[in-house]
Design a protein around this ligand. Sequence first.
Ligand SMILES: [Fe+2]
Length: 395
Amino acid sequence: MALKGSLFMGPERVIFGCGVVSDTGTYVEQLGGKKVFLVAGKTTSKLEKFKEIEESLKEKNINYYLYTESDVNPTDNQIDSGCRIYKEEKCDVIIGVGGGSNLDTAKSIGIIATNPGSIRDNFTPNYVTNLYDNPNKNAIPPMILIPTTAGTGSEVGAWAVVTNTEENYKGFCGGWMCLPKIALLDPEMTVSMPAKLTASTGYDALIHALEAYYHRYKMPQTDMFALSAVKRIFNYLGRAVANGSDIEAREQMLLGAMEAGYAMNTGCALIHSSGLQLTSKFGLSHGETLAIMAGPVMRYNTMACVERMIEVAEAMGENISGLGKLDAAYKAADVMQRFAKSVGLLTMLNKNDHDPTKIPTMAKIALENDNTYGNPRIPTLVDLEGLYKEAYIDL
Ligand SMILES: [Fe+2]
């Protein structure tokens, strides 16, 4: 039976501020943890700031197993083997530290720590239309998530992206039973991010907020976070890219990514689903693929959400006085593209580096992606091919 109303969810506690990770041990104690499964990227695990997390666990005499085998795109096999170690080590709390992939690894290991089978048995079909789905699964073990990027917002979200190697696709796992107990947002954890990663992860957060704001399943609870995130990220991403030690910009970006993460309770839309193909075909980073597809997709969407596009343009500082509504709305696509360029992201494809004969395949796969059906305007195959063509500078 379909459930009524719009579903908005988040962690039990969100703790924000410089230095909050040094209290990690106390929070594990509060969660009743005896042994922690600590998931972190290899580079992250060597950071000076990471040592603060380890020290705080030692201070409270809490044992932990450090697991650094999580990948940029976690696969089902990695998750299954990670969970075997979790069980062998008799852990009872999971901490995820890192970018979205590390946090998603932590969440996915949590899903099969308390549910039978492989992570492959726990993918959610029709993610966008089944956000309300109650898969009747057991809740994950108590979990603390600590982001080191200001991007995915995975630390406040109920979903994890995992690659299914048997059927060769990236899918969603999770739902309400996959929410972390605590998100620890420490801006100092993000200062070591290089400029390029700051730009691409920050732009990812911006597109999460945008796609939530005009999403087919937008809801009052996400609207307030979405537009606030657009404004905040527009105001602070450039500063964080220009000067990684600008702690105010790092704070604001971490907040912006959190707001965008909350907004993403709606799911994503066509910028994400069309961009995904540019990663698999040309190896472009997630943020870059969004910077490339944002312009064409936003122009395509404008007729379906004129008022909201105007609000986005205004949130990004565009002067729309004296313009007709349609002209004002199209300003949102223009500024989104210019903003990507201003923070150093690639915004166009070219024939030399990005083989255009792949367009029909990319369009076909993007049309099958769940996120396409969260878009305010549902494209045809021909529409999608046109959007990819528009993304080329020389086609
Ligand atoms: Fe994203």
